[in-house]
Design a protein. Structure first.
Length: 146
């Protein structure tokens, strides 16, 4: 299945935004999207020197609250959603979805454990300060692991 990608089209208020993908693109109520910006810095494979891509920095996660044909209204927060991780009838909060997303190894996802890694501190590149969510920011549907 193709990943659903779009952009922030409109900011309604501090609690809701509109993205430029909707029912025509396969969006359904309750889907989780990540709002991100792509860094200009390319990540290279240390062995081959091959460019692996550009680092993505996560601004936030949003939940689709209303779908129309060509766009969707999304909100932030602790909305409950079906838990597909264990196939149970329980609920997973948006934080749970964020945790699941961070476990997929996607760069820029927030650290959740609070544990420091034993890294070579002279090679730390630093995480940029991210601006607030803005019209034109990229969004991508998040796949919740089953």
């Amino acid at each position: 299945m193709e990943k659903i990608e779009g952009k922030v089209a409109k900011i309604l208020d501090e609690y809701s935004i509109v993205i430029n993908v909707g029912r025509d693109n396969g969006v359904v109520d309750g889907m989780v999207f990540v709002v991100f910006v792509q860094s200009d810095d390319e990540v290279k494979d240390p062995d081959s020197g091959e460019t692996l891509g550009k680092l993505e920095h996560v601004k936030d996660y949003i939940l689709v609250s209303h779908v129309q044909d060509k766009f969707s209204t999304c909100v932030a927060g602790e909305k409950e959603m079906p838990c597909t991780e264990h196939g149970s009838h329980g609920a997973q909060t948006l934080s749970g979805a964020m945790m699941a997303e961070s476990m997929t190894g996607r760069a820029g996802s927030g650290r959740t454990s609070g544990e420091k890694l034993n890294v070579n501190t002279s090679q730390i590149a630093g995480v940029p300060q991210l601006s607030p969510i803005s019209v034109g920011d990229k969004v991508r549907a998040v796949e919740i692991s089953e």
